[in-house]
Design a protein around this ligand. Sequence first.
Ligand code: AMP
Length: 283
Amino acid sequence: MKTLSSVKEMQEFAEDSRLSGKTIALVPTMGFLHQGHLELMEEGKKRADILIISIFVNPTQFGVGEDLEKYPRDMERDKKLAEGVGVDIIFAPSASEMYPKGYQTYVNVKDVTRNLCGISRPTHFRGVTTVVAKLFNIVKPHIAIFGEKDFQQLVTIRQMVKDLNFDIEIVGIPTVREKDGLAMSSRNTYLTPEERKAALSLNQAISIARDIFRSGERRSESILREVKKRIESEDLTDIDYVKMCDSQTLEDIEEIDRGAVLAIAVKVGRTRLIDNCTFERGE
Ligand code: AMP
């Protein structure tokens, strides 16, 4: 396994690999790897000849006052974990390598970024799509793998790939959870033991929603009321949003009469966590 930090070296490696007939899978990450990341990598390993991951805490996707500086980082640990799943290359550029002085181009996906996290983090998705488009041009993957945990991000990237004609297959992987149901996230490391306990209410609320749906309820309001009730029963939680949306357009829906996503964002203490679950019409 090699670690590259230069865009030019990464592009040359990718070009050589393609010329020798090899396929490339890319897993973009911000590092501080956990089992969720590793499952994306295992999928990449299965689907392509060469597995490349990027580790880059992308400044353009953090808003003012967010956790860019304190975002957890541990490159040595990440290298060991990546090596363990057979990663071929870690691409780990510096911020100035990705955004040199004079940088001025951004990718903006419109409609699907308006709702949900787009409301409380208005510049976030522009940063995500910009860095992912750059990574696609640098790593030249045939396939790129993302987690369904960041559901709006996945929808946004699929839209970008379609609109900008990237010749890349996008694969989504179901959310990987801790044994007690908490969705894995690098940000979980911020949680105190009390906050971590309160954070379990997100997944528990999702289970409640599933039960209500299974009993035949289709009205969003009735489901959302119970979801909010469970989360609000914890002292340390502060809901950003709890919404039922069309799983393709991400617009709010009043009734689950098509593919839907229950999307949740909650501050637990000072840590913002997201989670979601999808409902299919025929379920
Ligand atoms: P991050 O490092 O948080 O930017 O995440 C990198 C990739 O891993 C993204 O595609 C995420 O959606 C995905 N990911 C993060 N947490 C999980 C999880 N618990 N299960 C599955 N995928 C995840």
